[in-house]
Design a protein around this ligand. Structure first.
Ligand SMILES: NC(=O)c1ccc[n+]([C@@H]2O[C@H](COP(=O)([O-])OP(=O)(O)OC[C@H]3O[C@@H](n4cnc5c(N)ncnc54)[C@H](OP(=O)(O)O)[C@@H]3O)[C@@H](O)[C@H]2O)c1
Length: 361
């Protein structure tokens, strides 16, 4: 892979801080721009985050004294210093949609963590191991935007990055319906226990908008590119409940799955499908690709959030407790790191994929 200069838009936020850690020592990406809201403009990065650095690792030395630019006011300056940007900002959806397209129209590709463009038909929403081929829709997006290089690509919501990777390899058996309950960490809301004391010793049975995303976004991932846009799949059918639990990082999912009539695989076939599953990131040996995407644990009390969320740098998915169910065909649990695989790490892997496939040239 060639070397690229990158910017982090929203660098001071929870996901932005993860980007800082992942990119500070990246073999091919050099961080040349940190940007945030106009409130942070002109300040040193370490001064912007000193009271809200939420990572366990310290602020990377090489980023500390970088002067933060305004993501909305300094676009010309930003795009002149980077080959592409990562974006994770807390703004209104329509503002984010417009901002990301503005960067794209300045011929600066945007790899986004935000949900604003996930429903846009010519914006690929990619889990690199699953639907890398959706990148080809970028060509028609560029035509719509009138760009040569610029485009927007997004990653999916963090909740579904635990269960979609486990269910997708079972598609060959004809998955019919999926019921999922997610148990989601507080970092998914951009929070720590210090900033959200109500979450200590508590469970909140509602996360705004999350159930809709958890049910609908998988259908775009299962979709196909036809006539310059992504046509969503109509099955499998997903139903979800999403619950906030007192965990710092790591989303767990309890999954129930049924197969079409007469297609129910054996337990051994499911385990084999998981063990042998890999995608373009493994083929291309991308820097953030986990060697083994799906890890199955045989012990009844595994995987556990604290023990397994950091597996393979937080980029692998942990699965356990596969067994038959009395109402669905099977049930099992899955775990992924929500700010690594589910947010910044997933976006870095997506960028690596698009660089390796020539979309950033
Ligand atoms: N947390 C997760 O696990 C997760 C997972 C997947 C996706 N996401 C998505 O990622 C995005 C960021 O989430 P987060 O948790 O990192 O939020 P956050 O911690 O609240 O950070 C928000 C960032 O947006 C910047 N910002 C706010 N208003 C802005 C404006 N008007 N113009 C430019 N920048 C502005 C902030 O800059 P200042 O510091 O200057 O205010 C900060 O850098 C959201 O869309 C969220 O839905 C989050």
């Amino acid at each position: 892979m060639k070397n690229y200069k990158v910017g982090i838009i929203g660098a001071t936020g929870m996901v932005g801080q993860r980007f800082c850690l992942l990119l500070a020592d990246h073999p091919n990406f050099e961080v040349t721009v940190l940007a945030a809201s106009p409130r942070s403009k002109g300040k040193k990065f370490e001064d912007c985050v000193k009271d809200r650095w939420a990572m366990t690792a310290p602020i990377p030395e090489k980023l500390k004294s970088m002067v933060v630019l305004s993501a909305t006011e300094d676009i010309e300056e930003i795009v002149s210093q980077v080959d592409f940007v990562f974006c994770a900002v807390d703004m209104k959806k329509d503002e984010i949609r417009a901002l990301e397209e503005l960067y794209a129209k300045h011929e600066c590709p945007v790899i986004s963590n935000n949900s604003a463009h996930r429903g846009t038909k010519d914006v690929p929403m990619i889990v690199p191991e699953i639907n890398a081929d959706h990148a080809k829709v970028i060509e028609s997006q560029r035509k719509r935007l009138g760009t040569k290089r610029g485009f927007v690509a997004v990653k999916s919501n963090c909740s579904l990055q635990s269960y979609v990777p486990a269910i997708y390899p079972l598609s060959k058996f004809g998955v019919d319906k999926v019921l999922v309950c997610t148990y989601q960490a507080i970092s998914g809301a951009g929070k720590t226990f210090e900033r959200w004391p109500e979450m200590v010793d508590n469970v909140i049975p509602f996360i705004g908008g999350e159930e809709e995303k958890s049910e609908q976004e998988p259908l775009k991932i299962w979709g196909e590119v036809k006539d310059g846009e992504i046509v969503n799949a109509t099955e499998p059918k997903f139903t979800a409940q999403c619950i906030r639990v007192p965990v710092s990082d790591g989303h767990m999912a309890a999954v129930f799955v049924s197969f079409k009539d007469g297609k129910k695989p054996t337990k051994e076939q499911i385990l084999e499908a998981w063990a042998n599953y890999s995608g373009r990131p493994q083929e291309l040996a991308l820097p953030h690709a986990p060697k083994q995407f799906l890890h199955y644990f045989t012990e009844d009390n595994m995987p556990q959030t604290k023990l397994h969320r950091d597996l393979e740098g937080g980029m692998a998915i942990s699965i356990g407790r596969l067994r038959e169910d009395s109402q669905y065909d099977y049930k099992f649990v899955c775990l992924s790191h929500n700010t690594l695989r589910g947010a910044a790490g997933g976006a870095v892997l997506l960028a690596e994929l698009l660089c390796a496939e020539g979309y950033m040239d």
